[in-house]
Design a binder for this molecule. Structure first.
Ligand code: PMP
Length: 426
């Protein structure tokens, strides 16, 4: 099929994420990808500055990850996990348990980040059910948070400011802590404490994205809040779920963002980077006490079992991706990326359309004063050989960790030049 037919069928029949089905703009057609580059049908090559939505940390088409998938494919692409097991799942689990915050000892594998969150919520409710506390069914989350697009994951996103507002009346009503800030503010925690004091008997778990809130607005907050929330959860018999789907595996400068506050959650969700960006996959981890409590109380089982649980290809490539990460000098790489962002993007601070610039680890965020015309901005970026996916008034970059200094220069020059082109020089 020629390229124009591909684009015509795409435009007429395929519904893309967060996009209209009708009257939509043309998508960029990617022929292949290698390293940090996306190669388009029109011979352009774009640096992927957002690692395919946080996931491709080792770059595309990685020879080792490719070989691991091919090798596993020759053994088996898939086998059901109910009553069966396999080496890739066991080896991945051994590895994961060794690197996550100490105490998370049991892993449930699923198909995506949102599903990993749903499972975390079910685990929390089942845990309290097993303990005879049937009233503990609600969740508390932080304002501006984001935890996925499935039904109960939507209920713990910020349904006032987030994208799921139209579903709000149909979703289970959850509780929300005040927005958190980069400076630690005691009165926010006083407000939270008052809410917990009133509601703790109905709360199963507190769910949060540690330190960096992603799709809810790319906001960072002081790790001290995590310490306080961990203490409140202990004091009020509330489980703590860390959604590390975006922050896990080094992105914030720590292997897991919980480490910024040296806290251990009771339940943790992983996805995105887990497979190095190769396959859709999620993992929900919990501690021994939760696993034992659920297993020792009728119905003794976790009431969840997706068809593709622990897919062997996904398990094998995840283990290989973690091995690659641990063998690489990832911390040095993240520092290098962070320093480059500080040097090259700070000039934007004084731009009249820029509201705020923030950086942490391999993340740089440019918050504009007004909503961005995404298609116009992406066209401009493409002229400068860069691919990003801004949303609302947020331009952000989270490049693959393997990006070279030269490529980093191209990326940040492209971002600055597109801002000047679209918004004017100053
Ligand atoms: N939690 C967080 C923090 C996320 O960033 C995302 C994805 N943007 C999800 C959950 C949902 O993951 P998925 O898109 O794989 O369902």
């Amino acid at each position: 099929m020629d390229y124009s037919s591909l684009l015509r069928i795409d435009k007429n029949h395929i519904w893309h994420p967060y996009a209209p089905a009708i009257d939509k703009k043309n998508n960029f057609l990617v022929k292949n990808a290698k390293g940090v580059y996306l190669y388009l049908h029109n011979k352009k090559k774009l640096i992927d500055g957002i690692s395919s939505w946080w996931s491709v940390i080792h770059g595309y088409n990685h020879s080792i990850l490719n070989a691991v998938i091919r090798n596993q494919l020759n053994k088996m692409a898939h086998v059901m996990f109910g009553g069966l097991t396999h080496r890739p799942a066991v080896e991945l689990t051994k590895k994961l348990i060794r690197i996550v915050p100490k105490g998370l000892s049991h892993v449930f594998y699923s198909d995506s980040g949102s599903v990993a969150v749903e499972i975390a919520m079910k685990i929390a409710i089942q845990y309290w059910f097993a303990k005879g506390k049937n009233l503990k069914k609600k969740f508390i989350a932080i304002k501006n948070g984001y935890h996925g697009d499935t039904w109960h994951a939507m209920s713990i996103c910020d349904t006032d400011t987030g994208m799921h507002q139209i579903f709000k009346s149909q979703l289970p009503q959850q509780l929300f802590s005040p927005c958190l800030s980069t400076e630690y503010e005691e009165d926010k925690m006083d407000k939270l404490l008052a809410l917990l004091e009133k509601e703790y008997k109905s709360i199963a778990a507190f769910i949060l994205e540690p330190v960096v809130q992603g799709a809810g607005g790319m906001k960072f907050y002081h790790p001290g809040y995590l310490k306080t929330i961990r203490k409140f959860c202990d004091d009020y018999n509330i489980l703590l779920i860390a959604d590390e789907i975006a922050t896990g595996f080094g992105r914030t400068g720590k292997l897991f963002a919980c480490e910024h506050a040296a806290i251990v959650p009771d339940i943790m969700c992983l996805g995105k980077t887990l497979t190095g960006g190769y396959l859709s996959f999620g993992a929900t981890l919990c501690n021994q006490e939760i696993a034992e409590t659920i297993s020792n109380h009728k119905p003794n089982i976790l009431l969840h079992g997706p068809t593709f649980t622990a897919n062997p290809l996904a398990c094998a490539v995840s283990k290989a991706s973690i091995d690659l990460l641990l063998k690489s000098n990832w911390q040095k790489n993240i520092n290098r990326i962070e320093n480059h962002f500080k040097d090259s993007l700070s000039e934007l601070k004084s731009h009249r359309n820029v509201k705020n610039i923030r950086m942490l680890g391999g993340i740089a965020v440019i918050e504009m004063k007004t909503e961005i015309d995404i298609a116009t901005f992406q066209e401009s970026l493409a002229k400068h050989n860069v691919w990003l996916r801004p949303f609302k008034n947020i331009i952000y970059t989270i490049p693959p960790y393997i990006i070279s200094n030269k490529e980093l220069n191209l990326l940040t020059d492209g971002i600055c030049n597109s801002i000047y082109e679209v918004y004017g020089e100053r």
